[in-house]
Design a protein around this ligand. Structure first.
Ligand SMILES: C[S@@+](CC[C@H](N)C(=O)[O-])C[C@H]1O[C@@H](n2cnc3c(N)ncnc32)[C@H](O)[C@@H]1O
Length: 231
């Protein structure tokens, strides 16, 4: 039997309990049929994902992993209406918050997948299909014994690279210096990826400030962006 990256059983996210508000639960149920895509074990046909008016098939598809509460995602979707953002996270409160923001703002170019992104990338994202992959402030797993849970590791960056089309970008950002250094090392060593910069990238003006970036800045952390291109 062939093994897959997700077979490792190492989860890159933290379990989170807590009750959701009534509004959050209501939003989750009501908006899922409009914005949600269920986990499936066959590749998506992007041509079949139209905007919500059913008019435009997406020319660019961007996968964002770990959007948190989704504020940055909505800003990027509004700034780039010709791209479809597939936004993946595991936590229901954030899923509901993102869908409710999309509804409120009339955003039609976001779709939400509630699942482990490793499984999504392996099973649902076609080879050579993405124009961008975004990983903003992933869980830093600072304790040495947890670092194997970090998302940026060779098997996963290699997997993501197979899903990017030529010229597609792998953009990561973190406020943890040792993780930034690790990202740089892993991405530099990933076959098929080329650093667009000499080392870290300047912070792109178009990348919205995220909640975890703000938290990192408050703690005095340095922010690092990394932008690589698939050759
Ligand atoms: C530290 S938060 C950052 C959220 C947001 N990007 C920001 O900058 O504010 C990391 C997020 O990534 C999600 N995450 C981590 N690993 C994931 C995975 N394998 N699949 C889906 N979501 C994941 C977590 O659930 C969490 O919401």
């Amino acid at each position: 039997m062939s093994s897959s990256v997700s077979d490792s059983g190492i989860r890159t996210f933290q379990a989170r309990g807590g009750r959701m508000s009534k509004g959050s639960r209501e939003g989750l149920t009501r908006l899922w049929p409009t914005y949600g895509i269920g986990l499936q074990d066959t590749p998506l046909d992007f041509g079949e994902i139209h905007d919500l008016e059913g008019v435009t098939p997406p020319s660019n598809v961007i996968l964002e992993v770990g959007f948190g509460m989704g504020h940055a995602t909505t800003e990027m979707a509004q700034a780039d209406p010709n791209s479809l953002i597939l936004a993946v996270d595991v936590h229901s409160a954030g899923i509901s918050a993102l869908m409710r923001m999309c509804e409120r703002e009339g955003i039609t170019n976001v779709r939400v997948i509630q699942a482990d992104a490793v499984k999504v990338i392996e099973n649902m994202i076609p080879t050579d299909s993405l124009s961008g992959f975004r990983l903003y402030f992933p869980d830093p797993w600072p304790k040495a014994r947890h670092q194997k849970r970090r998302f940026v590791r060779p098997d996963l960056t290699e997997l993501v690279t197979t899903r990017l089309r030529t010229g597609g970008t792998f953009h990561a950002a973190t406020d943890w210096q040792d993780y930034a250094d690790q990202m740089l090392e892993v991405l530099e060593a990933t076959p098929g990826l080329k650093n667009q910069y000499d080392g870290f990238a300047p912070r792109p003006k178009w990348r919205p400030m995220t909640a975890f970036e703000r938290r990192g800045l408050k703690r005095g952390h340095n922010i690092s962006d990394l932008i690589f291109v698939k050759e």
